[in-house]
Structures are given as structure tokens and as C-alpha cells.
Design a protein around this ligand. Structure first.
Ligand SMILES: [Zn+2]
Length: 273
């Protein structure tokens, strides 16, 4: 599933292509026909990302809400738009560009009250300047759940996905099983700042890189990582490979229904039940 940096990139791209324009909206597949009819001919005012949720705001204060889920994907290009092939949920065109959406988990029109309700149930997004990390910390320190699970809980931290959660804990030298209630305020501030910096870099690069300068392939004279998820990382999907810092084999195990990766040496305390 795309992590928050991907959704923020999409919001920026859609703003650049369509903001301020009157748009035509259709649902070639038909499953979004009623919603498309509400938006067709309106002006797309602005776009924003909130965690893994994308919003297109329109001039009547309605918003198009999209969550890509596992299978959703966008395509765009210069007009004329190609004839829709297959299951195109949404087709949107502006003055010069078209946009196509397939396979999303959510594609719906929300009124302002529903947008407010969506925001209210989401946690703090490290990529948003209006984020309030202390509100997230209040949730963390009140919980006995592992910090790994709390980072992935979209009602605590919005937009953090599996790669960032694993990597930011490694970089902090923190055992992923550490209960939220044992995380000190300063520790949380450092985790948050690092997560925000990593995710901002992800927005800029369009891929997730989490290794410090000293651990890049060039600095270590090693081959670049080959993985369809791309990016240079410390532990994510590196099970059994040597830790880039200490050489210990990277471990993997299930937690909160997700794959947890860690270095038993750099993240002491990980082995406790
Ligand atoms: Zn290590």
C-alpha cells in the first residue's frame, strides 16, 4: 500500500495539473457515476493529502475523497484523454490534462461535515505543517501497545506505513515491542522529527531511502539494494542479511498483522515477549 509520501506527491501533482480549472468528471466504469455527476462542470479549487487520504476540493465546498488501498492507481497525461480501457472508476479532465483512477478502496464525494469527520478520525500526519505531534504522543503514552503498532495505527500517526515504521524504529535504536507507555516525551519528539524528515525526503525523491550518508552503497562500497520497493533501507525486507551498522542478521516476525523487521543488536530488548 502506498505510504503517505506518495499521496502527498499525488496531491501536489493534481494541484499543478488541475487547480483553478473547471473540470469534466465521469465514471466510465459506472461505479462512481452519481458522484461524478455532482462534480462534473465544477471548479477544482485545491487538493490536499491527509495521511493516506487524498482530497480534491471543489467550489461548492464538496470534496472528492480517494483512498487508493492496495490496488488503486492513477494515471495522467496531456489531452486528449485516451479512450477508457477496463475498469476506470474516475476520469477527470481540465484545460490541458486528463486523470484516470482505477481500483481505489474509496472514491466518493464528501460534504464539509463528512470531511471534518474524516479528519477527526485520523491521527497526526508528519507531512502536514498543521500536525500536532503532542496529540499523537498523548495517544502513544496512554497505550500499552507496541510502538511499532502505534506508528502504523492511522488514528495515531496518519500516513506512516510499514517501511517508515520499521526504519524509523531502527534509526532510533528502539525495540519495536516497546510499549507506548514507556516512550518518553523527548524520545517521541525525536522519533517524530526523524519520521517527518524521512517522509519529506520521500516526497521529494518519490522513493523511500532511510540510510545515513555513511551507509549508502557508495560509502560502503556495496551493491545497491535490489527490491521492487526500491530505496536504501536498514531492515525492511532485509531478513537474514547483515545489519549495515553491526553485521548482525536482520530478524523478521509478525506484529499487529504486519511484517516487523529489526536488528537484535542495534535494537536491544526486541526479544522480550
Ligand atoms: Zn545492527
Amino acid at each position: 500500500m502506498p505510504e503517505g509520501h506518495t499521496i502527498h506527491r499525488l496531491a501536489a501533482r493534481h494541484r499543478a495539473l488541475f487547480a483553478g480549472q473547471t473540470v469534466r468528471v465521469a465514471s466510465p466504469q459506472g461505479r462512481f457515476a452519481a458522484g461524478a455527476a455532482l462534480l462534473d462542470g465544477r471548479t477544482l479549487v485545491d487538493t490536499e493529502a491527509y495521511g493516506k487520504h487524498l482530497l480534491h476540493h471543489f467550489d461548492d465546498e464538496s470534496a472528492l475523497h480517494i483512498h487508493l488501498g492496495l490496488y488503486g492507481r492513477f494515471a495522467d497525461g496531456e489531452l486528449p484523454a485516451p479512450a477508457p480501457v477496463g475498469q476506470v472508476r474516475l476520469q477527470l479532465s481540465g484545460a490541458r490534462h486528463w486523470l484516470e483512477l482505477r481500483g481505489p478502496t474509496a472514491c466518493e464525494v464528501l460534504d464539509p461535515a463528512l470531511v471534518a469527520a474524516l479528519r477527526a478520525r485520523l491521527g497526526q500526519d508528519p507531512l502536514r505543517d498543521d500536525a500536532r505531534p503532542r496529540l499523537a504522543y498523548d495517544r502513544v503514552v496512554a497505550s500499552g501497545r507496541p510502538v511499532f503498532a502505534l506508528l502504523l495505527d492511522q488514528t495515531v500517526v496518519a500516513g506512516c506505513g510499514l517501511i517508515y515504521a520499521n526504519e524509523v524504529l531502527f534509526r532510533a535504536g528502539l525495540a519495536p515491542v516497546t510499549p507506548g507507555r514507556e516512550i518518553g516525551a523527548r524520545c517521541w519528539d525525536e522519533l517524530w522529527d526523524d519520521l517527518r524528515a524521512l517522509m519529506k525526503e520521500g516526497v521529494a525523491r518519490g522513493r523511500i531511502d532511510t540510510v545515513h550518508t555513511a551507509h549508502t552503497p557508495e560509502a560502503m562500497r556495496r551493491a545497491p539494494r535490489v527490491d521492487r520497493h526500491g530505496g536504501e533501507v536498514y531492515v525492511y525486507r532485509r531478513t537474514g542479511q547483515p545489519c549495515l551498522i553491526c553485521g548482525t542478521a536482520v530478524s523478521r516476525g509478525p506484529m499487529a498483522g504486519r511484517n516487523l523487521y529489526w536488528c537484535p543488536t542495534c535494537q536491544p530488548g526486541s526479544e522480550r515477549p
